[in-house]
Design a binder for this molecule. Sequence first.
Ligand code: FAD
Length: 512
Amino acid sequence: MRADRLRRVVIVGGGTAGWMAAAALSRVMGGASGLSFELVESDEIGTVGVGESTIPQIVLFNALLGLDEGDFLRATDATYKMGIEFRDWTHLGDRFVHPFGTYGLDMQGVAFHHHWLKARALGDTTPLEQYSLNAMTAYRGRFGHPRPDLAQSPMSTLAYAFHFDAALYVRLLRRLAEGWGVTRSEGRVVDVEQDGETGHVDAVVLADGRRVAGDLFLDCSGFRALLIEERLRAGFEDWSGLLPCDRAWAVPCAFGPAATRLPLTRATARTAGWQWRIPLQQRLGNGYVYSSAHLSDDEAAGVLLANLDGAPLADPRPLRFTAGHRRRAWIGNVVALGLAGGFLEPLESTSIHLVQTAIARLLTLFPTRAFSPLETQRFNDEMAREYRDIRDFLALHYTAGARDDSAFWRDMRARVMPDGTAYKLAMFRENGRILRDHHEVFAEASWLSVMSGKGVRPNGYHPAADTLPDDETLARLAAIRDVIADTAQDLPRQDEYLRQLGCTLAPVGAAA
Ligand code: FAD
């Protein structure tokens, strides 16, 4: 065994990030290596308590923990998510889905959407989402697991994530982590001790005087960023000039008489931001994310409460944030995860994913007490790049084809978009090309769905699409649509599916 191996990992903070890290690290690195994990959290301070919508990578995270899907769904009030429905983003009344999964069928060696663009040029106005099994299934309130074994079926293109109750997920993660040997200390961190020579953190000191020492510290203290910023001054890359929203109100509500439970997060554009609606088994999660430069807090709360699909179940809770990330998320023996590392905004549900990828990178680069600067740099570079990729995709929603019916939306139209967003838009506008530069989390289909959903229409398409005769293109597209519609219709309703897994669902008023 290596003499310089880590012996004690201390996790500061017990929100989603802290307990995700505790569960994953104890699962993978615990046991024989003689490594101990201690998590410090303060009930007095609490957690942000939001973070209920995810992207498909969460399925992999739960699998890493060995979680049975039924157990997870029952324990966290969870439902399935097949994408995000955007309403009113270009004008009142419009809607499109950004689905997980892919569109149609690639043909003649080029991506499907080039054939769809050709069909449009021929006068066929069928919306893109009719070629997405995810979207068509979700609109019908149905659900199916992907079938990678059926390579010829659109079932192989399905992908899914979850909506869940963040507090219940934390409870589940805690139970798992404690089962794998993680110890928990309740207490407020009031001081940080550092080595005079290396600057490494030696211990955190709690309000009652206890001292928690460690070799590696994970700063999961949320927006406070106790270690990485307050103590180590990592610096913050502030993107509030590129992403306009900086506040939110969050409130749960009951399913009212007209409410549905589709496997979709809903994001409805409002005059100074957007409103989320997340259906769980027992309730709906809601929030209004807005720009404080364009709307007062009271007005925002009023808009949220006036646009619920049922009676509120609590008072709305205010949240404040600045879009951006730590310039260095790993310094010496401190690694920041979750909100301590950064936050952009909730529009594409990427924050829990960023916790997950930070944990994955930490596992890949799991340090010794030598703390290689090369490895630390690698971690920081990769995190910064991932934040940038997500920022560019989020900016697309605010800038391309935006509304112009309020000061906020007119400001969005006038804003300079990030270079990455502008480049991808320009490539698409010219000849319908969408090129993924590296392993960006939002791949071609995601850019396609939002660009086309926001009404961006390319001037051309790949010439290879013309190797099919026009009538053949139209006939094949019609056949693909039919197969997708039939397949979606044959899948079970999500509510039945969940009930069969033993979930208890609050009744919904309206049929999906
Ligand atoms: P927190 O939940 O704030 O936890 C911080 C922890 O640190 C707490 O346990 C606290 O007690 C502890 N702590 C702090 N200071 C001290 C101290 N001095 N001593 C001891 N302990 C301390 N993400 C998604 O993926 N999907 C979404 O739909 C989504 N929606 C969001 C909506 C909004 C409006 C916001 C703001 C965020 C949203 N997020 C979403 C992000 C998501 O909520 C967070 O990424 C996730 O909850 C992780 O938070 P955290 O654990 O880093 O911080």
